[in-house]
Structure formats: structure tokens, C-alpha cells
Design a protein around this ligand. Structure first.
Ligand SMILES: NC(=O)c1ccc[n+]([C@@H]2O[C@H](COP(=O)([O-])OP(=O)(O)OC[C@H]3O[C@@H](n4cnc5c(N)ncnc54)[C@H](O)[C@@H]3O)[C@@H](O)[C@H]2O)c1
Length: 322
């Protein structure tokens, strides 16, 4: 079994590679190591995988059409876990072209590679942001998601549409995963947990948007990995269009202020909160309906925020030596 992981130097890609490497599979990981956030962290994640002899890394941009055609033709992957993307809602306001290149052109290159080399299952990252301002909760995969409020969300919804088309036209078995605010060790510096931990440890104020009146369905990295690994063995049935979409979330929204309390507790120090207005493109609440995931895999994400945040803080202090 040979698996391609795109975005392997990223938060989720690194964790998936590490887990799959312990099974009897050959992994090829690609990433362009862009500087959206600290490149040294991406390199450290790769270094963490470097001792594994069934994991290979190639520095490559998924928007590079020629390189992607050659990669798929040479390697002939059985399955693909496609996680490379330009992430982040706020960054998309100032850098729209990064989203077109990685999330639209890059995604098309992955689809074309899968189509022409008859990949048996493509798993790709969508996002809870496709639900936009939907006020029916919990968010279900059967809800209407036609009103994204950021370009990032629009590209993720576009990925679902593009993939559906390829599944329909070419019978490509594909599964889209709408991840809900993923957190945990080796996490992303642009996300709240990372920023809050850094600010509290440094005794600096943290920007709390919408005056703290937000809720997120925080999902621990191990639960994300377990869901991906289980679904990888469950390509959608060839009867009809072999394309499925799942929410991958914990299934319980947590108030932002409670999340901050959990960080304070894990660090043993109080936060200085700088309350700010709602940010454009942000949504006040996310909450995953995880029934479809449970029906397909028998698995429900399990980690609660107190333990999950404590695990992150322990990793952060060790990694940065603070
Ligand atoms: N972390 C979350 O909370 C979350 C939530 C919803 C969706 N997602 C999606 O999950 C996926 C993985 O997210 P993550 O948190 O690991 O993000 P990440 O930014 O840590 O990882 C993405 C990786 O892809 C790489 N990359 C970006 N553009 C590339 C390109 N053009 N070519 C090659 N590599 C490229 C980056 O260098 C990075 O290492 C992304 O598609 C993201 O949109 C994440």
C-alpha cells in the first residue's frame, strides 16, 4: 500500500504520517514549506518523521502542474490524503491569490493525478467554515452550505464541488472531511490556542474577538487522525457517485472564555484579555453533527478540552523551552 500525503509538514499531515507509518504502508509526503507561519516548525515536524524508513519527503508545490503529473505517474499511489492548502480565514482577506493557487489549482492537480492513475481512494480536507453563518445547530452534512463568508470557505466548498464532479465523471472514490477547529501538540501558530498560550506565558494581552462571545467545536488532533485512518479504509460505494462528505468534530461547542480558562489552568497563570470586535469572515459558533461519521466508522471523537489543552501546553513548553 502506497499513500501520498500532501501537506505532510503541516499540523494534521505530520500527525497522519506518524500514525500511518506505524502500519505496514509506504508513505510519500509532499509540502512546499511556505512561510505562512514559521517554517522552522514545519521542518521540525519533518525531522520528527525522518527516522521512519517507510516515510519519504519531497519538497513540491501542489500548484506545479508539471511536477504533479510526473509525481503521480512515477509513484502510482494506491490512496491519497490531501491536506495541503492555504488555511486561515483572516489571511484570505489580504492574500486571496494564495487560496486560488493552493486550494483551487492545487486541488485540481490532485484530482487529475488521482483520475489518471486510478487512485483507489482520495481523502481531502474541507472545513467547518463552509457552514458560514448557518444558525441551525448542530451543523449537519445535509444542511445547505451555499453562503460562505470568506474566500477560504468558498475554496473549500469549491473543493467539494470539484471532487463531486470527478467522482461522477471518472468514478473516483473520494471522501471530503469538514474539520472543526483542530488543536493539540505540534499545532498551528496562527490559531487561538497557540497564540493564547504564547501570550499568557509571556504575560502579554491576548486578542479575544467578539468580546469572547464565541463558541467552537474544538477537535483534538488524535481524534482527527483516528477518523482519517478509519475512513481511509472505507471508500464510498461505487454504486451511484462515490463521493462522501463528513463532519470531523468533537460534537460539542465550547465557549471561548471556557477554553481560555482551560489554558490558564494548564499554565497556572491568568490571561490578560484584550476584548476586540468580531473579525470579518469569522463565524460566532461551530458545532458538528457527527452522526454520519459514527454510522460509517463506529467512532466518535473523544478528547475533552481540559486534557487536550493540557497536552498542548506540555508540548509547547517542551518545544520552545518555556
Ligand atoms: N487545523 C484546523 O483547524 C483545520 C480546520 C479545517 C480545515 N483544515 C484543513 O486541513 C488541512 C490541513 O490543515 P493544517 O491545520 O494541518 O494546516 P497547515 O497549514 O499546518 O498544513 C498545511 C500544509 O500544506 C502546505 N501547503 C500549503 N500550500 C501548499 C502548496 N501549494 N503546495 C504544497 N504544500 C502546501 C503548508 O506548507 C503546510 O505545511 C488544510 O486543508 C486545512 O485547510 C484545518
Amino acid at each position: 500500500m502506497k499513500i501520498l500525503i500532501t501537506g505532510m509538514a503541516g499540523f494534521i499531515g505530520h500527525a497522519v504520517a506518524k500514525h500511518l507509518a506505524a502500519q505496514n504502508v509506504e508513505i510519500v509526503g509532499i509540502d512546499n514549506l511556505n512561510d505562512y507561519y514559521e517554517v522552522s516548525l514545519k521542518r521540525s515536524r519533518l525531522a520528527d518523521l525522518s527516522g521512519l524508513n517507510n516515510v519519504r519527503f519531497i519538497e513540491m508545490d501542489i500548484a506545479d502542474r508539471t511536477a504533479m503529473v510526473a509525481l503521480f505517474a512515477e509513484e502510482k499511489f494506491d490512496k491519497v490524503v490531501h491536506l495541503a492548502a492555504q488555511a486561515g480565514v483572516r489571511y484570505s482577506l489580504d492574500n486571496p491569490h494564495a487560496y486560488a493557487d493552493s486550494n483551487l489549482v492545487g486541488h485540481l492537480n490532485v484530482l487529475e493525478g488521482c483520475r489518471h492513475t486510478k487512485v483507489k481512494h482520495l481523502i481531502y480536507a474541507s472545513s467547518s467554515s463552509v457552514y458560514g453563518m448557518n444558525d441551525k445547530v448542530p451543523f449537519s452534512v445535509t444542511d445547505r452550505v451555499d453562503e460562505p463568508i470568506s474566500l477560504y470557505a468558498a475554496t473549500k466548498k469549491a473543493n467539494e464541488l470539484m471532487t463531486h464532479t470527478y467522482s461522477h465523471l471518472y468514478g473516483l472514490p473520494a471522501t471530503g472531511l469538514r474539520f472543526f477547529t483542530v488543536y493539540g501538540p505540534w499545532g498551528r501558530p496562527d490559531m487561538a490556542l497557540f497564540k493564547f498560550t504564547k501570550a499568557i506565558l509571556a504575560g502579554q494581552p491576548l486578542a479575544v474577538y467578539n468580546s469572547g462571545n464565541m463558541q467552537r467545536d474544538f477537535t483534538y488532533i488524535d481524534d482527527i487522525v483516528e477518523s482519517i485512518v478509519r475512513l481511509l479504509d472505507l471508500p464510498p460505494s461505487a454504486a451511484g457517485v462515490p463521493h462522501a462528505v463528513y463532519n470531523i468534530g468533537h460534537g460539542s461547542p465550547v465557549a471561548l472564555m471556557d477554553f481560555i480558562r482551560a489554558i490558564e489552568q494548564a499554565i497556572g497563570k491568568q490571561a490578560i484579555c484584550d476584548y476586540q470586535p468580531m473579525q470579518p469572515g469569522d463565524v460566532p459558533r461551530t458545532w458538528a453533527d457527527t452522526e454520519a461519521l459514527f454510522d460509517a466508522t463506529g467512532y466518535r471523537p473523544q478528547m475533552g478540552v481540559e486534557q487536550g489543552v493540557a497536552n498542548f501546553v506540555q508540548w509547547y513548553r517542551g518545544y520552545y523551552g518555556v
